[in-house]
Every structure is written in structure tokens, then in C-alpha cells.
Design a protein around this ligand. Structure first.
Ligand code: PLP
Length: 231
């Protein structure tokens, strides 16, 4: 299967599930291109794909720079991986969005290092909804405080919503429970802040349940670009 065929298929599935669960929510498709060559991004771009997600700062920034060289200037770049403090500057200087924010210190640095001419950096708070020790993200209890901190203290960031990676399981009850909690948190946040419009849930394995529970942005890697090879 080609990248073109994969994208078509993913889009059709999104539409099918959206209609099935009667959601009137628009769902953005974020193509997760981490570890994949720049030529794959160009191929997806030529199929009309404009939103891309990357996880590794160095690799990611090289791809962003290539996209500028190739004048693919309407790509919207999303950083979705864990963030070390020595990488915040390059992320602030290359990305449009950061979905994986989970620490005050990192948020503060992204705010301070955001170049003025790029406008505000869009951010989502990452929630560790499955409460796994090795996983990034804040707890459900910390959302309120961190959201307040961003909106009161960090003028170069725009808080847009929440992101989570569910437990790696095929148990639909667990997935639905986690995603429903996320949806509730998202609604609460929306009631308290302007500009909240993004609930990023769902990957290749759990896209259907995410759509059922009201995701506004699925993050799809494997189903578009094939399995990743970590060598
Ligand atoms: C890699 C990654 C994805 C894509 O996962 P697939 O299972 O390949 O679709 C989505 N979200 C995050 C945060 C990721 O790191």
C-alpha cells in the first residue's frame, strides 16, 4: 500500500466512525512522521496532508528546515514527544504546536524562547490518563493548576487543549474509560478558558474509540507510513 492509499483509507475510516457515532465534531488528521524520511512527508504533502507530528527534537527540526528549503511553507508542525530542557529553544524556534507539555519549567522556557515574529506557540497539556509510571504527562488533578499557570504567566503561549496516550491495550472498556475522562476534562477546561478547541486522542490502534469519545485530532503514524524501525 502506498502512502497515498493509506491516507485515503484513514480519512475514510475517520469519516465512517464520525458518522457512526453521530459526532458533529470536526476531526483533524495529524500525520505522525517520526523516524520516517523527509521523502515520506513530501509524498503525504502531495496528497494534501498539511499537519505533521514529530517526536525527536533534532530529527524534527532538520525536517522542518528541509520543508522550508522545499517551500512547503503551509505545513503545520506539531511536536508530540518528551521534551528535555536543552531542546526547548529549537522546539520554540521551529514548531507551530507542542502537544506534549507537562512541566512548568519546560512551559516557561518555551514561552521565553519563542521568537516574537512567529507569534504565539500553541500548546496542549499532556495528561498521563493511564497513570503509568514510565509515561509522560500530568495527573488529572494537576490540570487546573497548570492551565492557570500558563494562562496567567506565559503570554507567548496559547493554551489550546489536552493530549493523551491511552494504555497500550485492546480492551475497549479501558480505552473508553480513559478517553471519556479526557473528554470531561476537556469540557471543564473549555468552560474556563477561551481558545480551547483541541482534544488530541487516538492513534493507529485506538482511533475508533477516540472518535467515539469526542477526539478533535487523531495522531496517526503506522497506518499512514508503515511500521517504524528503531535502529
Ligand atoms: C508515535 C506516536 C503516535 C503515532 O502512533 P501510531 O501507533 O504509529 O499511529 C501518536 N502519538 C504519539 C504521542 C506518538 O509518540
Amino acid at each position: 500500500m502506498s502512502i497515498r492509499q493509506n491516507i485515503e483509507q484513514v480519512k475514510q475510516e475517520i469519516l465512517k466512525f464520525k458518522n457512526y457515532y453521530k459526532k458533529d465534531q470536526n476531526i483533524e488528521l495529524l500525520a505522525v512522521s517520526k523516524t520516517k524520511p523527509f521523502s515520506d512527508i513530501v509524498e503525504a504533502y502531495n496528497c494534501g496532508q498539511r499537519s505533521f507530528g514529530e517526536s525527536y527534537a533534532q530529527e524534527a527540526c532538520e525536517k522542518v528546515e528541509l520543508s522550508r528549503e522545499y517551500k512547503l511553507n503551509d505545513i503545520i508542525w506539531y511536536f508530540i514527544g518528551p521534551i528535555q530542557s536543552n531542546k526547548t529553544r529549537m522546539i520554540a524556534e521551529h514548531f507551530d504546536w507542542v502537544l506534549s507539555c507537562d512541566r512548568k519549567k519546560i512551559l516557561q522556557r518555551l514561552n521565553d524562547q519563542r521568537p516574537y515574529h512567529m507569534g504565539k506557540l500553541n500548546i496542549c497539556l499532556q495528561i498521563n490518563i493511564s497513570n503509568e509510571q514510565q509515561k509522560s504527562g500530568i495527573s488529572v488533578q494537576e490540570v487546573k493548576e497548570l492551565a492557570e499557570y500558563v494562562s496567567n504567566n506565559l503570554p507567548n503561549l496559547c493554551l489550546r487543549g489536552l493530549m493523551a496516550v491511552a494504555l497500550d491495550t485492546t480492551d475497549l472498556c479501558i480505552l473508553e474509560d480513559e478517553f471519556s475522562q479526557m473528554h470531561q476534562l476537556f469540557c471543564d477546561l473549555k468552560d474556563n478558558y477561551s481558545n480551547i478547541d483541541t482534544l488530541s486522542l487516538g492513534m493507529t490502534q485506538d482511533m475508533e474509540t477516540a472518535i467515539k469519545c469526542g477526539t478533535t485530532m487523531v495522531r496517526i503514524g503506522t497506518k499512514i507510513f508503515g511500521a517504524r524501525n528503531y535502529n
